[in-house]
Ligand binder design. Structure first.
Ligand SMILES: O=P(O)(O)O[C@H]1[C@H](O)[C@@H](OP(=O)(O)O)[C@H](OP(=O)(O)O)[C@@H](OP(=O)(O)O)[C@H]1O
Length: 692
């Protein structure tokens, strides 16, 4: 079932839309209504929680143990040129590369601006609800039907959220930028390093990355390790979530096939715009029976445009270039997604193909390769790179683009060093680790009508643009025989077709239990389920199961006539401490968050505001980069719908702060650690630019 197709289905006439959609999707939904009392509901297994109180709570949607504190991210000073001495000598040209990368990075990115009865929480008595009288926070407020003069109790934040989310001023928006940060790393069965700040760009980023896509290969998949990973989250996923959740990134999806792992995390306020997430795996090892080699992918619609991320580990060794191409083709052939929007990988508007693709440098002797690296004459090697050569001859690679390989080959190193292989194997250095992208071909003139509504809505015909800001390696990481490679892109979508399916309104602060009322509105096309729920999350949460409380948002018959619905959190569902929280509406049919508020504060009179993240929150203390100051997000945070929320750019205590310059909204390509160079594309008109 394709959630995109659901949300675009016209409502059948003569019937309440919600009812019809419910029928359409009923196969996937758990047993039919009424699911009402929390205590009656089956509770899927979940990770053990340190909060005993919640573990013993009646069954409900799955949750996990930890929630993180909120954080701020700021723009540090302009990064000094990093001058490096390569493992083999000369450094001057590296400095030039660093320059060109920074130039390329300085691109400005302006962002456009059944259920419990109403008011009754599952399992709890209905609290009489006074008319909302406090300022209300809204996040994702959508569709035309609810456009009307803002109620007097809506504060400016809420009104801004309305307009940004695509109601009143949608027409004025010409497009939407979406920044993605991709990483590929063959981790050679190593444990995650303590410090991943440089790799994730947390020390130089401006906090404007919308999504992280992390593709790993050779994640330890020994049998005992795998068993442990099935029971608990694997260490790499955990490490990435630990590092990124304090900055507001939430796991969207993950997929693992033996050692090949793909993680997708997005800023919490982007979640309602990321839909129809599906994953695929293809084994190509041992003739297709073993998953030591192959590809894992995640596809989704981002702001209404289809995007696919494919992480591959292709066969090793010089002589297997053809096999690599065959395996790639076989992966493309085998990976088929449900729904009409984009079934094959290459049907997506944008495809990112990355991983340990294992291509080598042909012909040239070891000495020639090493001396080209030492003298930084990397271009000598480009034409002998097997993948570059294949780009000229293999039809399947048509349309794939890649930035210039201005970084040293990322394979093979002696573990613990940045010295190329000195073992008996004496592997020739190679650019095994790559990140490529491809835009779907323009629809031929006159073919648009055949593509139908969905195609025309997904922006296939004009304006979709991908800009690569940097493409680089990270030499400072030595746990594996490969170096990680990362790249930052801006995806520019011609217009914003996606609007949140559910909007949530809450009071600005919850000062007493009676404040814990949530008003929500659903888009006419939203496929409601009686198993939808609204989760209360501590700011900095890792994934949708990380809620600290929830209420069911099930549909009553009377709801069909109502535009606005209300649910109430009971005292039992509320956190015991104070802090910054947000609410997210989880769609059972779409299996994703479809509405989210901006952060608000819970501060009950008996409680003192937390100066630090509470109990189980965040491992921020382990963050030792003084330039990164994750901190709590106060309730004055910007609307999730508002682009580039700089609210994550300050710290209440002012410690170590170097706030982002609000005037400078640039992508910074992080320099390599340890004085090593950054490399990337030169200027905003780089070869990495591509327009549909
Ligand atoms: O056996 P499979 O599962 O295919 O895994 C291979 C082998 O371990 C190769 O070792 P060997 O050469 O001993 O066969 C190794 O090459 P290197 O030894 O060159 O590292 C490859 O590393 P990667 O190149 O990192 O994929 C790895 O993918």
């Amino acid at each position: 079932m394709d959630p995109v197709s659901q949300d675009q289905s016209p409502a059948p006439s003569g019937k309440p839309e919600g009812a019809e959609l419910l029928e359409v999707t009923s196969q996937e939904a758990p047993p039919p209504p009424p699911p009402p009392k929390t205590s009656d509901l089956p509770r899927p297994p979940s990770a053990p929680s340190p909060r005993g109180a919640y573990i013993t709570r009646p069954q409900g949607p799955q949750r996990s143990a930890r929630v993180e504190g909120s954080v701020d991210l700021f723009e540090p000073e302009t990064k000094p040129k990093s001058k490096r001495v390569g493992p083999h000598g000369d450094d001057d040209d590296y400095e030039e590369e660093n320059e060109s990368c920074l130039d390329g990075a300085m691109v400005s990115h302006p962002k456009p601006p059944q259920p419990p009865a109403a008011g009754q929480a599952p399992g709890g008595p209905k609290a009489p609800r006074p008319k909302l009288h406090h300022p209300v926070r809204a996040a994702s407020v959508p569709y035309e039907t609810i456009v009307r003069p803002a109620a007097p109790h809506l504060n400016p934040h809420a009104q801004r959220a309305f307009s940004v989310a695509g109601t009143a001023d949608t027409q004025a928006q010409s497009g939407e930028d979406f920044r993605v940060h991709l990483i590929t790393w063959n981790v050679g069965s190593a444990m995650p390093p303590e410090d991943m700040t440089g790799l994730l760009g947390l020390n130089v980023g401006d906090g404007n990355t919308d999504m992280y896509i992390i593709g790993l290969q050779e994640v330890n998949s020994m049998i005992n390790k795998r068993l442990k990973d099935v029971l608990f989250t694997d260490q790499w996923s955990e490490a990435c979530m630990d590092r990124l959740s304090p900055f507001g990134y939430v796991l969207v999806t993950s997929q693992r096939m033996q050692g090949v792992l793909l993680l997708v995390l997005a800023k919490y306020y982007r979640l309602p715009f990321i839909r129809a997430v599906q994953t695929e795996t293809t084994r190509t090892g041992l003739g297709g029976y073993w998953g030591n080699k192959g590809g894992v992918s995640a596809r989704m619609s981002v702001l209404g445009h289809t995007v696919c991320f494919l992480n591959c580990h292709l066969p090793a060794h010089m002589e297997n270039s053809e096999q690599r191409m065959e395996d790639f083709e076989s992966i493309l052939q085998q990976q088929q997604f449900e729904g009409q929007a984009a079934t094959g990988v290459l049907d997506h508007d944008i495809v990112f193909w990355f991983g340990d693709l294992n291509f080598r440098i042909d012909d040239l002797e070891m000495q020639v390769v090493k001396s080209a690296i030492e003298s930084n004459k990397l271009s000598v090697l480009w034409e002998k790179d097997q993948l570059n050569m294949a780009k000229d001859s293999e039809t399947v690679l048509e349309g794939f683009l890649e930035g210039p390989l201005k970084f040293m080959p990322t394979y093979k190193f002696d573990v613990g060093t940045d010295t190329y292989d000195t073992s008996g194997k004496k592997r020739k250095p190679a650019w095994t680790d790559r990140i490529l992208w491809r835009l779907r071909a323009k629809a031929a003139a006159g073919s648009a009508p055949k593509l139908g509504k969905r195609a025309s809505m997904s922006g296939l015909t004009s304006g979709t643009k991908v800009t690569q800001h940097c493409y680089r390696s990270h030499m400072e990481y030595t746990v594996s025989d490969h170096k990680p490679v990362s790249s930052i892109f801006t995806l520019q979508f011609p217009y914003m077709v996606d609007m949140p399916l559910v909007s949530l309104l809450v009071e600005d602060e919850w000062n007493c239990v009676a404040d814990a009322v949530v008003t929500f509105k659903v888009a006419p096309s939203y496929p409601r389920s009686s198993w939808d729920w609204i989760g209360l999350y501590k700011v900095g949460f890792k994934h949708h199961k990380d809620y600290v409380g929830y209420v069911w948002a099930k549909q009553e018959e009377l709801d069909f006539q109502k535009q606005e619905h209300q649910v109430t959190f009971t005292e039992e569902e509320l956190p015991k401490g104070s802090g910054d929280f947000l609410l997210a509406f989880f769609s059972n049919n779409m299996n994703s968050i479809v509405g989210v508020t901006e952060p608000f504060q819970i501060l009950f009179p008996s409680e003192q505001p937390d100066a630090t993240p509470s109990d189980d929150s965040s491992d921020l203390s382990s963050e030792d980069d003084s330039t990164v100051v994750p901190t709590k997000t106060r309730s004055h945070s910007r609307s999730p719908g508002r682009a580039k929320p700089r609210d994550l750019s300050h710290s209440p205590d002012g410690k170590g702060l170097n706030p982002a310059d609000p005037e400078t909204d640039a992508v910074d390509c992080p320099a390599e650690g340890g004085g090593l160079p950054a490399s990337g594309l030169g200027g905003s008109t780089s070869a990495g630019d591509a327009e549909l």
